[in-house]
Design a protein around this ligand. Sequence first.
Ligand code: AMP
Ligand code: MG
Length: 336
Amino acid sequence: MSYATKLLTTSEADIEYAAGLIADGEVVGMPTETVYGLAADAENISAVEKIFQAKGRPQDNPLIVHIAEAGDIGRYARDVPEIAYKLAEKFCPGPLTMVLPKRDRIPDITSAGLDTVGIRIPYHNAARKLIRLSGKAIAAPSANLSGSPSPTTAAHVINDMNGRIPAVIDGGNCPVGVESTVISFENEAIRILRPGFISWEELSEFGEVVKDKHITESAGEGEAVRSPGMKYKHYSPKARVTIVCGSEQQFVDFVNNLNDENVYAMPFEISEKMRVPCIPYGKTAEEQAARLFAVLREFDEKSAERVYAMCPSQSGVGLAVYNRLLRAAGFEIINL
Ligand code: AMP
Ligand code: MG
């Protein structure tokens, strides 16, 4: 089915219109504090099928379910450990997804056949209003075509989804810029399945926190992973991306000595000494997170073929930036 995709505002009337579409089993582009999502009623099988179709997402990759209040967690999940409520008190609403045993009302298509469900309470006003006005729990993966960089503006969503969905709510730039931190619970320990804005350091104040090895290592062919999303190629622009690790001076020397055609550098900031075109992605980890996906999309607009990105730090939200960049680069790294 082809739609004339409408661009909506965050006005009460427009969000009400979008909520009506969700209640009718349609899919809407929704701004959140992390990235834009493709929102549909999490309990409506045919609506959730439309999400998978619009994105071209593999059927075995589960969707996160977005709700308005921590008090609603028990409606969708069971056997919720005490620590999950403690974390919800501190970080929700916010960019944290907790994987919990699911209740039967969450259909298999939403959880991709798993007996768990990822639950998140977004902070973004428009997302919260959309959930409340639709009266539904909202399943929402990132609103990009599967494999391409996640969208952090409504224009990115239109670029990927024009004609594929009836409407997008334009909520401006997503302030966080990378997807939520996904965690699961093992006895009393917390396991990070995907790093995000809520960092290992912050979670560690609540007990032992394990970083899953597939955050920074690629999963081998047929290797078991704890989160299906770990298996897939992600966030890739058309250009081949390589991460370059070393000092700023070493990075500048390295790119200045390249002979490749149509090459771009992705440094933290612009250096006058750099002789190749560049798009900087930010000095702090927070800036890098907020700009990363938009910068990767800009390389496509410039038809870049080769991109060399300066390696980010791995502390705080830097771990999330590194995790996304590693996948965009297909785990290709050069150590200087
Ligand atoms: P996206 O919606 O595109 O941001 O991706 C959601 C991520 O959360 C994917 O990597 C999923 O594999 C992961 N995820 C969602 N639900 C679960 C679950 N029940 N168990 C493990 N990982 C999950
Ligand atoms: Mg995604």
